[in-house]
Design a protein. Structure first.
Length: 415
C-alpha cells in the first residue's frame, strides 16, 4: 500500500456522530491527530475516544464540535476535563479494553501509530484497545513512524485491514521522568523495604513510582510485569537488578502493555526480544497475575480513608484521575505467591490538606483489597486488620499536623 506524505484531508472520511479512536499516551499518532483537530471545524460533529494525553494536541478550546470520552483524566486530558469537555467512563483499564472486544464500544474510525521493520508492522509503544477497535472500524488510518520502535508482542494482526497509510511528520511523543523531591524520596525509602530480591514489579507513571524504582538498584533478580515501562526500567536492567529470572512465567522477558518514556527507552525496546509489549488481556489478566512469583504492585492515590479505602479518581466531585489498572494489579498481587500491593502517596496535598481522610469520596480500590499504604511518614500494614486498628495505623502515617483532627473525626464517627 503506498504511503501518503502529504497532510491528510479528513473531509469525506468523518461522518456525523462517528466515534474516532486514537492511540493513547506515547502511542498517539500526532501527525493524524493534529490534522484532525485542525480540520474539525469543517467536519461534521463527531466523538473522540482518548486515553492519557502527553502531547500538546488537545487544548481546552480545540475542536468545539468534538465531544471527548476517556477512561480517566491523565496527563493533558485534564485540560479537557477542566473545561467540562471530557466524559469519563468509570471502567478499570482491563474492562475498558475488553469492552472493545465485546463491542460495547464500537469505533467508526481508528487512528494508530505503527512501526515498520522488514515489511512487518507493530503497534510499537502500546498494545491496548486500538487493535480491537480497528477490527470492526469502517476506516483504519495508520501513521507509520520511522522513529517508532518495532516491538515484539505488539505485531499488527494480518486480519485487521489498514485502509490508509501516512508517513509521520514527527517522532513519537516522549515523557521524561519528573525530578524527584524529598517527599518522594522518603516515600520510596519506606516502600522499598517491602520489595525483596526476586520480586516482580508493576508500577505507574509519576514521581513516586520513579522514586521507588530508583531506590531498588541494590536488589537482584527483579522482574517486570507491568502496565507500562519507562526509562527507569532501563536503569535497573543495565545495573543488573532486573533479570526476569524468577518471575515464574516469561523467564528473561520484561512484559508490558505500554512503553512510556524517552528516545533512550525507545532505542532499548526496538527489536529487543527480551521485551514483550503484550495485550491488556495478558498484562492485566487475573489468571496471569496469580501465576507470577512475588508480584509487587506499586500504585498511587488521591486519598486513602481511615478504613483503607482508596480514591484515585475524584476530588471535590471533580474527576482528576483514573481507575486505570490499579484494581487489576492490587487483586493480582494479592493472589500472587508472596505478592504485595502497595498504595503510595504523599500525606499532604499541595494545598496543605490531608490526603489521609476519615472517608474517601470515591472508592477506587475497596478496603477489602488493600494491603499496605505508604506515605513519607511510614507504612500502614492493613491486610487482616480490623477497622479500629486500621484507623490507628492510618493516623500514624498521616502528617503530624493532621493527626489530632483525624483522631477527633474517628471518635465522632464512633458516637
Amino acid at each position: 500500500m503506498p504511503e501518503d506524505t502529504a497532510p491528510i484531508d479528513f473531509s469525506g472520511l468523518i461522518r456525523e456522530g462517528d466515534l474516532v479512536v486514537c492511540g493513547q499516551a506515547t502511542a498517539e499518532p500526532v501527525t493524524l491527530t493534529e490534522a484532525l483537530v485542525a480540520q474539525a471545524g469543517d467536519l461534521p460533529a463527531f466523538r473522540m475516544m482518548v486515553g492519557p494525553i502527553f502531547s500538546e494536541t488537545f487544548s481546552a478550546a480545540c475542536a468545539p464540535n468534538v465531544s471527548f470520552q476517556s477512561y480517566g483524566v491523565i496527563g493533558n486530558a485534564r485540560r479537557l476535563a477542566k473545561a467540562g469537555r471530557l466524559d469519563v467512563i468509570p471502567s478499570s483499564y482491563s474492562a475498558f479494553c475488553s469492552d472493545f472486544v465485546a463491542l460495547r464500544h464500537r469505533a467508526d474510525v481508528v487512528l494508530v501509530q505503527l512501526a515498520e521493520s522488514g515489511g512487518r508492522l507493530s503497534a510499537s509503544l502500546s498494545n491496548d484497545y486500538v487493535i480491537s477497535a480497528a477490527r470492526g472500524a469502517r476506516l483504519v488510518i495508520a501513521e507509520v513512524n520511522p522513529d517508532a520502535p518495532f516491538t515484539f508482542g505488539a505485531e499488527w494482526p494480518e486480519d485487521v485491514p489498514i485502509h490508509m497509510r501516512v508517513v509521520a511528520r514527527r517522532p513519537p511523543v516522549e515523557l521524561a521522568s519528573p525530578p524527584l523531591d524529598e517527599v518522594s524520596r522518603r516515600i520510596a525509602a519506606h516502600a522499598a523495604s517491602l520489595v525483596a530480591d526476586g520480586s516482580t514489579l508493576q508500577f505507574g507513571v509519576g514521581r513516586i513510582p520513579d522514586a521507588i524504582l530508583s531506590s531498588l538498584s541494590h536488589l537482584r533478580n527483579l522482574g517486570i510485569h507491568s502496565g507500562l515501562i519507562n526509562d527507569a526500567v532501563v536503569d535497573l536492567i543495565e545495573r543488573g537488578a532486573v533479570t526476569n529470572a524468577e518471575k515464574g512465567i516469561d523467564a528473561g522477558i520484561t512484559v508490558t502493555n505500554q512503553v512510556i518514556g524517552t528516545k533512550r527507552l525507545y532505542r532499548f525496546v526496538h527489536e529487543n526480544t527480551a521485551v514483550a509489549v503484550r495485550p491488556t488481556s495478558y498484562t492485566h489478566g487475573q489468571g496471569v497475575l496469580a501465576r507470577i512469583n512475588r508480584l509487587v504492585a506499586i500504585n498511587s492515590a488521591l486519598q486513602v480513608g481511615l478504613d483503607g479505602s482508596v480514591n484515585s479518581e475524584t476530588l471535590n466531585g471533580v474527576a482528576i484521575g483514573a481507575i486505570g489498572g490499579q484494581l487489576d494489579f492490587v487483586r493480582g498481587a494479592n493472589a500472587s505467591p508472596g505478592g504485595r500491593a502497595i498504595i503510595a502517596l504523599p500525606a499532604t496535598a499541595s494545598d496543605g490538606t490531608s490526603r489521609i481522610v476519615a472517608h474517601v469520596e470515591t472508592v477506587t480500590t475497596p478496603r477489602a483489597d488493600v494491603d499496605a499504604i505508604v506515605t513519607e511518614w511510614g507504612i500502614a500494614e492493613l491486610r487482616g486488620c480490623g477497622l479500629a486498628e486500621r484507623a490507628r495505623r492510618m493516623i500514624a502515617i498521616a502528617a503530624p499536623e493532621h493527626r489530632d483532627l483525624l483522631s477527633e473525626q474517628l471518635r465522632g464517627s464512633a458516637r
